[in-house]
Design a protein around this ligand. Sequence first.
Ligand SMILES: *[C@@H]1O[C@H](CO)[C@@H](O)[C@H](O)[C@H]1NC(C)=O
Ligand SMILES: *[C@@H]1O[C@H](CO)[C@@H](O)[C@H](O)[C@H]1NC(C)=O
Ligand SMILES: *[C@@H]1O[C@H](CO)[C@@H](O)[C@H](O)[C@H]1NC(C)=O
Ligand SMILES: *[C@@H]1O[C@H](CO)[C@@H](O)[C@H](O)[C@H]1NC(C)=O
Ligand SMILES: *[C@@H]1O[C@H](CO)[C@@H](O)[C@H](O)[C@H]1NC(C)=O
Length: 353
Amino acid sequence: MAEQLVIKLLHLLLLPLLFTLITTDLVEGTKKTYGVYENNNVKLFVFGDSYVDTGNFLNSSSYKPPYGMTYPGKPAGRFSDGRVLTDYIASFLKIETPTPYSLRNSSALENGINFAYGGTGVFPTLVDGPNMTVQIDSFEKLIKQKVYTKQDLQFSIALVSASGNDYITFIKNSSITEIKSFTSLLIKQLLINVQRIHNLGINKIAIGLLEPIGCMPPITQLTFHLSCVDVLNLVSENHNQVLLQNLLQLNQQLGKSVFVTLDLYNAFLSTITTMQKNRKENSTLMNPLEMCCKGESLKVSCGSVDDNGNKKYSLCENPELSFFWDRVHPSQNGWNAVYKQLQLSLGQLIDRN
Ligand SMILES: *[C@@H]1O[C@H](CO)[C@@H](O)[C@H](O)[C@H]1NC(C)=O
Ligand SMILES: *[C@@H]1O[C@H](CO)[C@@H](O)[C@H](O)[C@H]1NC(C)=O
Ligand SMILES: *[C@@H]1O[C@H](CO)[C@@H](O)[C@H](O)[C@H]1NC(C)=O
Ligand SMILES: *[C@@H]1O[C@H](CO)[C@@H](O)[C@H](O)[C@H]1NC(C)=O
Ligand SMILES: *[C@@H]1O[C@H](CO)[C@@H](O)[C@H](O)[C@H]1NC(C)=O
């Protein structure tokens, strides 16, 4: 018993230390080999949906209160109370968050461009926005116009998020028993997309794995927000397994790690589990499976107002204690915690050896 306890403690103490050492080493090693990062020449190009959109969907709820209340302090096009994954990855790369494509102007392109558009997917979805193919088309146009040179792209990084809008669209009209064949179809197209980004000249591409969709607040209503719904998490797990296998194969064919996965599945789950544990010891903490910004009924979304401008939603006491901001999007606090779990994968992004 005592021995087991010691081993457990060693694990607890040593693992974080090891983790820090490995990450620091990667970052330092890269700096030495590639002066480009010291010059901050790295650019970030972002494709996908609301998990990474920082302002492209001009008329959406993301431009209405209470979105943006934590950062930048007013609505600014992020589907959160504050920062989203893109902001944290840009900070990891020591650059400013790239300009959203919808807001681009010729003087604000040095950090890259964000093409991601909330509600979109790999295929057409319920939102009338540019799917990922169209987003990559826009990128290709800029390259043809020589807005970015080959050299710019060579040391740039792409971030790709397909976090479930395709599944939401599919489920509207189909039965869950057909979902496995849909996963194959979806991943086939996603792989075409990321290879296209690579062929346009980007050598490091971070691809988000699917988050545990059985943990989304509208789903966990079934359990009174006490636990995630495992059957739906299996859909995410299958998706991730197929995607991982294929990306591994592509990297092997290329003989280098072009494609790096960001394991949002385990990052979400372990953050949620930790928050649940902490709450057992301090009941004033927020339930991570409940959303902070809640419509007055399930059909009413965060940010809705009636004809007189009266709010049809309520806010939790402190968004900084929540994991979910609204029905499907993490809060800034949630993304920050998830980002901390992704450090090892992010290290691979800037390791060019
Ligand atoms: C936003 O929507 C309103 C009304 O639907 C429309 O008049 C306006 O042009 C839209 N703005 C943008 C930037 O799309
Ligand atoms: C263009 O970008 C620059 C640099 O980010 C910014 O200062 C300026 O306000 C932008 N202009 C417009 C019209 O958006
Ligand atoms: C993406 O959207 C374009 C334009 O609507 C459409 O032509 C294309 O088929 C779509 N791509 C996919 C993979 O669904
Ligand atoms: C679902 O099917 C209906 C009827 O065929 C169709 O009108 C609708 O566009 C479909 N919705 C989606 C999201 O594919
Ligand atoms: C419980 O959590 C709240 C919110 O973070 C904090 O202010 C308070 O000090 C905590 N209480 C204890 C006993 O740790």
